[in-house]
Write a protein that binds this ligand. Sequence first.
Ligand SMILES: *[C@@H]1O[C@H](CO)[C@@H](O)[C@H](O)[C@H]1NC(C)=O
Ligand SMILES: *[C@@H]1O[C@H](CO)[C@@H](O)[C@H](O)[C@H]1NC(C)=O
Ligand SMILES: *[C@@H]1O[C@H](CO)[C@@H](O)[C@H](O)[C@H]1NC(C)=O
Length: 368
Amino acid sequence: MLQLLLSPLVWSLGASATLHHMFVGTYGGSGVYAVTYDDTTRALTSTKSNTTREDNEWLALSYDGKTLYSSGLAGWSSFPITSPTTIGASTGSSPSPGQCAIWQGIFILASRRAPYSVYGTLSCARSKDVGAPAGQVGRGKGEVVYNETAVMYGMDMDPSNQYLYTSDFKSGKIWTHKVNKDGSLTALASVEGPSPVGAPRTVVVHPSGKSLYVVLEGWNVLALYAINATTHLPEYMDALFNLVPPTETPANYAAHSAVVSTKGSVLWATTSSKVGGKPGFITGFRLQEDGQIIDQIFQVNTPTGGGKSNNLAASPFADNMVALTESERGSVSLWRYDNVNVKQIASVQIHDAGAPNKGCCSEAVWLD
Ligand SMILES: *[C@@H]1O[C@H](CO)[C@@H](O)[C@H](O)[C@H]1NC(C)=O
Ligand SMILES: *[C@@H]1O[C@H](CO)[C@@H](O)[C@H](O)[C@H]1NC(C)=O
Ligand SMILES: *[C@@H]1O[C@H](CO)[C@@H](O)[C@H](O)[C@H]1NC(C)=O
């Protein structure tokens, strides 16, 4: 009996390393990197896949982990995931409609609910339904017009994937759409942000579905909203949280990214630095079960200024572990909060372009 009880433990101690995989996007190049983490040696390694696209800035995974979607200047594309470290030739792409002078495919989001639609934002006040259940972009059902003066940026869905929240970077608003059974969107309303000039970008819904966080790039703060259970609209809680220390000059930074840890207990957020040679920050907040913020638990420098990214991706296999991508030098690092300290535990350099914000590393998505 004792032998039986012990054997799984012995087996797990003797087992070989577990490998975890992510894909990492790039700026202004054709590459997508597969990054592997060996949780025994704590080594991160990378391999490159080429795509025919010019840019693979934001990435998303399909619900079944079989398709990688990317967005960037040229619109949106899909690629089959042929192994945990390789992608195949593009299965489709959806060029932007052409009328967006500034930025075409800003962001991409893949729904986890049938029919598994994919949504992309544009700088010209539209969100484009760019996806199809088969995992190919380019068969979208059309565009959703928000407001002619808007610049739609970040998106997230509630845990049931029935409501879509989108930030308007230009006017400071947060839009709520009902996601219909066929994947189409119906606008419910937009709510004002804390300020029309706060420049909201990343939007994150807490796994409880009760709180929503908005990263205000222009103010270097995070704004807290409660999601009304009846209307599903976010209500601003009059609560802002600093993403740079009070001793720093906010104008030297740009708030970028936020993610919630696997178990929903910690919120991580970053700023990148606009001043050469100065690092950005990574800040952590302790959360209640409903996602309300209890307090700030850490605020430390990131390895570089972060460039255009300093973006976070929460690990699906370990609570309180995140991947941080930065494009100043080009690297991916893993960070862990152990309830006392936050530490970088692994890092891989991917200096592919030799110039800041060209090439690696824009955003990471974890496969497993
Ligand atoms: C990617 O493209 C570069 C430059 O064209 C080439 O040197 C490299 O071998 C390609 N890599 C793969 C994995 O196809
Ligand atoms: C779009 O938003 C702007 C600024 O908030 C507002 O002035 C304008 O009336 C809106 N347009 C429409 C069609 O709602
Ligand atoms: C949610 O919205 C409804 C309808 O506007 C309102 O009656 C209710 O008080 C709101 N709930 C909360 C908790 O604010």
